[in-house]
Ligand binder design. Structure first.
Ligand code: HEC
Length: 187
């Protein structure tokens, strides 16, 4: 009994220590290999009517990890790739992606999402061209279209590329996903 009493303050200290240091929120930093094989993920046609800044062609969304049915948001670690599948070869496709990074990333726009522009390499592998909350292009014109073939989005000069549409007021209710068929839990 006496021994237990002596332990009591120690246990209390440990317990209160636990409440002070909450476990850190999960964060997912996508690597290039996380996009590999995206063509085998569930694929959804999202449209082919003209969209500002896009090359002409059929657009598709590929979802790596479906959100649970009826969920309001994708979980951390989810990836959605969008393609404009036009051109003689896959190297000409425009590739965009959003990864649920978490940790409050991109808080001024599509909160918790990180944006990517990619290209299919000559060996058929998706390669990251640019990433972040405001990805820019690797090519000379710096227009964030993910390459030199003219597909993708031009910048308005505001310095905001993807958030310009995906971070619009009201889109937070859709987890910043603009296509109805790709919305969390809609599949
Ligand atoms: C001009 C507005 C606009 C801009 C700017 C824009 N998008 Fe989108 N995005 C859309 C629309 C509209 C859709 C719905 C699908 C479609 O019609 O192509 C979409 C869909 C997507 C999707 C599929 C998930 C979803 O939201 O439906 C991804 C991934 C994506 N965009 C990534 C990007 C990235 C990365 C950038 C910046 C490099 C970007 N987008 C900039 C309008 C935009």
């Amino acid at each position: 009994m006496r021994r237990l009493l002596c332990l009591a303050p120690l246990l209390l200290a440990v317990a209160s220590g636990c409440t002070e240091t909450e476990p850190p929120e999960a964060v997912f930093i996508a690597l290039q290999r996380d996009f590999a094989g995206f063509e085998s993920w569930p694929r959804y046609f999202v449209g082919n009517s003209p969209l500002p800044g896009h090359s002409v062609g059929d657009r598709f969304g590929y979802i790596k990890q479906l959100a649970p049915k009826g969920a309001a948001a994708y979980p951390v670690g989810s990836i959605i790739v969008k393609t404009v599948e036009s051109g003689a070869t896959k190297q000409e496709w425009a590739l965009f992606a959003m990864a649920k990074r978490g940790g409050g990333f991109n808080a001024a726009g599509a909160k918790d999402w990180e944006f990517f522009t990619l290209r299919v390499s000559t060996s058929g592998v998706p390669v990251i061209v640019s990433r972040g909350s405001n990805p820019a292009d690797g090519d000379a014109d710096g227009d964030a279209d993910g390459g030199t073939t003219g597909g993708g989005y031009g910048s308005t000069g505001s310095g905001s590329t993807c958030n310009r549409c995906h971070g619009l007021p009201g889109t937070e209710q859709l987890d910043y996903v603009l296509s109805a068929v790709l919305r969390p839990g809609a599949q």
